[in-house]
Design a protein around this ligand. Structure first.
Ligand SMILES: [Zn+2]
Length: 297
């Protein structure tokens, strides 16, 4: 069997914080040429999951895209001497929970909506392409906010309704580091719940009010993540993108305008780093919103 995690890189954006980055490799796919969540929702766009380490303890934020990836994360942590792992799930989507089984002996924390969505979508996850089997459920649930600590350092889990209703971000108040999950992405947010974009925009404003110094998304630029992450400009750019989409959604020629033109000002300002495969995400976003609004031609 080929190791799906053969191209994973271990980055260290900040002391004691590791990023496990894979994807954005031109011409390389993991699961075949056909449209599938592993390639088109994660590997093609690039994906990073994270681990915060202190001595023998670690908090793993998302379990990555496959069991091979999750094993690579766990092997790395064990090579550092970590023996106690707590997992936190950013939300219920495939590419963030596919490795849960590798951490089945650990505490797995998620908010109540994440657990409910995993339960509701269990068959879909188990029969997906590729399948996630078994679906390993969270073992500890919270609602709204949960305070943890690691090596005496405060770690806050905070729930946000952005991208999906069940978002959990991990906030380190001592250093202003935010692990953002899929609440923001570079180049643009992926619209998965088009009926709730107004709510997402409100919640992006609440997220942007945190005194964030280093923002680390799950889907972003490898070099930028390796060098410590983004600033809040990424939150504002994602929010302005959604506002612009909503205000122009009835424009007949909208889907003919390429993303790099649609957000040319954000790219020029350096708020986002343009990555071409997000053109496809942009087209899908427009189609999803139009379907939801029932305005498809
Ligand atoms: Zn994702």
């Amino acid at each position: 069997m080929t190791n799906l995690a053969a191209t994973i890189s271990v980055l260290q954006p900040h002391p004691g914080l590791f990023a496990y980055y894979d994807g954005r490799i031109p011409g390389k796919r993991l699961h075949g040429a056909h449209d599938n969540w592993l390639d088109d929702g994660a590997y093609k766009l690039g994906i990073a999951t994270y681990a915060l380490v202190s001595g023998k303890e670690a908090i793993v934020y998302d379990t990555h895209t496959s069991l091979d990836h999750a094993r690579a994360v766990r092997d790395h942590l064990e090579s550092l001497g970590v023996s106690r792992i707590t997992v936190v799930l950013s939300h219920w989507h495939t590419d963030h929970i596919a490795g849960n089984a590798v951490f089945a002996d650990c505490e797995i924390i998620a908010n109540r909506l994440t657990a409910a969505a995993m339960e509701t979508n269990r068959r879909k996850l188990e029969n997906g392409d590729p399948p996630i089997s078994p679906v390993v459920m969270p073992t500890r649930l919270f609602e709204g906010q949960l305070s943890l600590s690691l090596g005496g350092r405060a770690v806050e889990l905070m729930q946000f309704d952005i991208h999906s209703a069940d978002g959990t971000v991990l906030w380190l108040p001592d250093s202003g580091i935010l692990l953002a999950g899929d609440t923001v992405e570079d180049t643009i947010t992926y619209v998965s719940e088009p009926d709730f974009l107004t709510k997402h925009i409100e919640e992006l404003a609440r997220l942007g009010a945190l005194p964030i110094r280093h923002l680390l998304p799950d889907h972003g630029d490898k070099t930028r993540i390796a060098e410590g992450g983004y600033g809040t400009e990424l939150i504002h750019a994602n929010s302005r993108y959604l506002q612009r989409l909503l205000s122009r959604i009835d424009e007949p020629g909208l889907s003919d305008i390429p993303l790099h033109t649609f957000i040319a000002d954000h790219i020029a300002a350096g708020a986002v780093l343009y990555f071409e495969p997000y053109e496809d995400v942009h087209r899908k976003n427009i189609a999803a919103i139009r379907r939801a609004m029932n305005t498809s031609p």
